[in-house]
Each structure stands twice: as structure tokens, then as C-alpha cells.
Design a protein around this ligand. Sequence first.
Ligand code: FES
Length: 109
Amino acid sequence: MKVRFVAPDGSVREREATLGERLLDVAQRDGQPLEGTCEGDMACATCHVIVDPADFARLPAASEDEEDMLDLAYGATRTSRLACQIVLDESLGGLTVRVPDGSRNMQGR
Ligand code: FES
């Protein structure tokens, strides 16, 4: 399956992902600037991505803990998610997410 990353500079890259893999791991393999500091413990929000609105409904709903962390994410939008919480399955092929500008400075507001 493939997923697409839209970098802060607007460039789009498609990556091959393995079923069951976390979106964060695919992004990091691609060199996208997502730190993922807490390794998926929902304690950092440095893995924040903005899901393409057309794809957002395909994702399982965020947990309350994820929503709380997204509240702290710099530049969060209504389709923001934590990439460490997105586990790729066959229903998510072609998922497109934008890597926000300033993802290295999530506490910046
Ligand atoms: Fe820290 Fe996702 S890696 S919240």
C-alpha cells in the first residue's frame, strides 16, 4: 500500500508502507521532519500531521488522550492527527497527510 506526504514546502512524495506499520514510522523512513520524541506514548505531539480532509473520515476516531495532545500541537486543524496513533491497514491505502511547518516546535504558541 502507498501513503503520500505533503512536505512543508509543498512537495508530494509517495511511499510504500507495510500493513500494520505506524504512519510515523513511514514518515521517518522518508525523512519527513516528524520527531516522534515520545515514541508513541502520546506525550509529545511532535508527530502531528494534517490529514487530507478527503481522507480524514477513513481513519478511526482519535482517543481522548490523542485529542488532548492535539490541543497542544502547533498549527493543529480539524483534521490533525498524531502519526504515531495511525496504524496503516488496507482501508487506508492512498492516505495523504501534510507535514506541518514548525513541527519541530510544537509548544510554540
Ligand atoms: Fe509523541 Fe506521537 S510520537 S505523540
